[in-house]
Design a protein around this ligand. Structure first.
Ligand code: SF4
Length: 269
């Protein structure tokens, strides 16, 4: 999706790997995900709201230990307010699902598959539920708001991506894909069909080819649009008076024969 949105942004993020500063929103999302992952690690009967809230501080401590720079984003003075925002999102979650009523098959599962033409897809799925009937549901938590019409394409891209990985790894089409938007208490569901997923697979392959083409030449053009408002690379972008650093070449060292970066990495980020 980064490449479709702006090839230059994709280059900065996936090839140059120029770090983006952690944002308050991203940190809040990470902590909420950690809480929900830990919550589903408990026996179902213990997954009460008060227990979920008790997981917030340890989850924050874990995130802070992994990313020492978070204290620059959330200062000590801001921490209570930040943890309060996390608590509100966790409380909202209980209005959308009852975690005491089922056991997920997996949480934060790493999924990976290589398509017939060699394109490697990789991602992390927040939760997979399997019904006694064998029907499978893929669930993804979002701590932001449900997308408006302009952002819906991005959400659908991600959903189809997960559905395709499930189809290729398990040989079944998921019955439902569910995006849970905690900020505005919305659930977006999608029931894929196999033909649509196979078309999407061809789209991914074509996209990867386009990325490889750009990777050979280093020709990653900027594509100015409304999402530039959220881009941390503006100071390096010619559209905003910046100068990109010299193209470092493909991550494997200039060859495109065996790229170690995958389309899925870009999607996951
Ligand atoms: S500022 Fe806009 S055009 Fe420039 S790299 Fe970022 S998304 Fe692309």
């Amino acid at each position: 999706m980064d490449f479709k949105q702006c090839p230059l942004k994709y280059r900065f993020r996936a090839i140059d790997r120029i770090p983006e500063p952690p944002s308050r929103n991203a940190l809040r999302g990470t902590v909420v995900h950690a809480v929900l992952e830990d919550l589903y690690g408990l026996p179902a009967a213990q997954r009460q709201p008060v227990r979920a809230e008790s997981l917030i501080v340890p989850s924050w401590a874990r995130v802070a230990a992994e990313w020492p720079e978070v204290t620059e984003v959330i200062t000590d003075a801001e921490l209570d307010g930040f943890l309060g925002e996390v608590r509100t999102l966790v409380q909202t979650y209980y209005r959308l699902e009852d975690p005491t009523r089922f056991d997920p098959e997996s949480r934060e599962a790493r999924v990976e598959v290589e398509l017939d033409d060699g394109v490697l897809l990789r991602g992390f799925v927040d939760r997979i539920d399997v019904a006694p009937t064998g029907q499978l549901r893929v669930v993804d938590y979002k701590t932001g708001r449900a997308p408006g019409p302009t952002q819906e394409t991005r959400a659908l891209f991600q959903l189809k991506f997960y559905a395709l990985v499930v189809l290729r790894t398990r040989g079944i089409v998921p019955t439902q894909l569910r995006l849970i938007y905690l900020a505005d208490e919305q659930i977006l569901t999608y029931a894929p069909d196999e033909e649509e997923l196979l078309r999407f697979e061809r789209t991914l392959s074509a996209l990867w080819e386009a990325i490889l083409d750009a990777g050979r030449t280093g020709d990653f053009q900027p594509n100015r649009g409304w999402l530039c408002a959220y881009c941390d690379y503006k100071p390096l972008c010619p559209e905003f008076g910046g100068t990109p650093p010299p193209y470092p070449g493909w991550p494997t060292g200039g060859t495109t024969e065996s790229p170690d970066e995958t389309l899925a990495d870009a999607v996951a980020e």
